[in-house]
Design a protein around this ligand. Structure first.
Ligand code: KG4
Ligand code: ZN
Length: 352
């Protein structure tokens, strides 16, 4: 039904991302050349609450989505009707209100410009970020998405053939970083701050649990117990008030370093187990926590030890962005578009 024009104009994808607390848009060509990319962070909106407030996030996307699309179109001097070949949007998983804003905007643009729509799985897109800057295909690979909302392992046979192998049964790794950072009074979002503070601490200072790490029968992980263990260490059982904590800088750094070490041990341990179970020779890592320098270093050691290829998403494409929506090109090449009545899918579907 959709014909891609053979004119000498550029063939461009407009990609939108509104799954959580970043409003993002990007223009990418079929060679994965990024012509424009913009991310409007909602950090200031959610900072007073030390976490994402879903309704505020959705309303903020609503304010920002049109200006940010306008921004990338101008930045790349795009003639949408002539040069855009499809509009991609992340439709799963994510916060329902946030996903609805992105999908409604994408559908409206498709109708206005008479272009096809492509639904993108945000978690898959995080792994596809590893494809940037590489001429060779990253598939097949073991994909590990480590973010604020997800900590999932996949056998990725091709860009469209994913098998869920295991993941967190409660909190994501980024959530553990962010919540412990909040306990230590670090500004939101705490992951990057916690990792900075960890550089000054002793990672052996606290004895923290590594839930499920020793269980070789499963590729599942768990991080909520780690949060609780830190809370008990700081204020004791049953108490929630961290405002009167009087810790020295060194003591806070020790907590940060010990937590970072525990999270990294669990991630590296399960990645190693998954490599052993699947026999895959390539490990691709994406998601916000994959920006963590210590984690990147430990994963490099793992890859060397097991003699597998490690591909880390470029640091600037680890946290949420629309560039990674370029995974949609894999479907454009086949003419595999979404129906215009497609809905959002907020939950993580483990069968894909
Ligand atoms: O991928 P992302 O932007 O959003 C989700 O899809 O969840 O990930 C955000 C998460 C937050 O929890 C943030 O604290 C964490 O990634 N993060 C980090 C670092 N940079 C971002 N965690 C640890 N170390 C970092 N350097
Ligand atoms: Zn994400």
């Amino acid at each position: 039904m959709w014909e891609i024009s053979e004119n000498p104009m550029r063939r461009l994808l407009l990609s939108l991302e509104t799954t959580c607390d970043e409003t993002a848009a990007a223009i990418i060509d079929s060679d994965r050349c990024v012509l424009a990319s913009a991310v409007a962070s909602q950090q200031q909106v959610h900072e007073p609450f030390q976490g994402v407030v879903p309704e505020l996030a959705a309303r903020t996307h609503l304010e920002r989505i049109v200006p940010i699309v306008d921004q990338v179109l101008r930045q790349a001097s795009v003639d949408p009707e002539m040069e855009i070949v499809a509009v991609a949007v992340a439709t799963e998983p994510g916060l329902p209100g946030c996903l609805l804003v992105g999908l409604a905007a994408a559908k409206a643009l498709c109708v206005a410009w008479n272009k096809p729509l492509i639904n993108v799985n945000h978690v898959h897109a995080h792994i596809y970020a590893c494809q940037f800057g590489r001429a060779d295909n990253i598939f097949p690979c073991l994909g590990f998405v480590i973010s604020g909302g997800h900590t999932n392992l996949y056998h990725c046979e091709t860009a469209d053939d994913w098998r869920y192998l295991g993941g967190t049964i409660d909190d994501a790794a980024g959530e553990a970083f962010d919540k412990v950072a909040a306990m230590l009074g670090l500004p939101y979002p705490g992951g990057p701050q916690l990792s900075k503070l960890a550089n000054e601490g002793n990672e052996m200072a606290l004895s923290l649990p590594r839930p499920m790490l020793a269980d070789r029968s499963t590729l599942n992980l768990s991080f909520s117990g780690l949060k609780t263990a830190v809370r008990y260490h700081l204020v004791g059982p049953g108490k929630q008030d961290f405002s009167r904590l009087s810790l020295s800088h060194k003591q806070r750094a020790d907590v940060a370093a010990s937590v970072q070490r525990a999270v990294i041990d669990c991630i590296v341990g399960k990645a190693e187990l998954a490599l052993a179970k699947t026999g895959l020779q390539r490990l691709c890592i994406g998601g916000g926590v994959a920006a963590n320098r210590r984690l990147r270093h430990e994963l490099s050691s793992l890859a060397e030890r097991r003699r597998v290829e490690l591909i880390l998403a470029p640091p600037e494409l680890c946290t949420d962005n629309a560039v990674m929506g370029a995974i949609a090109w894999e479907r454009i090449h086949r003419g595999d578009y979404a129906a215009m009545d497609i809905d959002i899918q907020p939950g993580l579907l483990r069968n894909r």
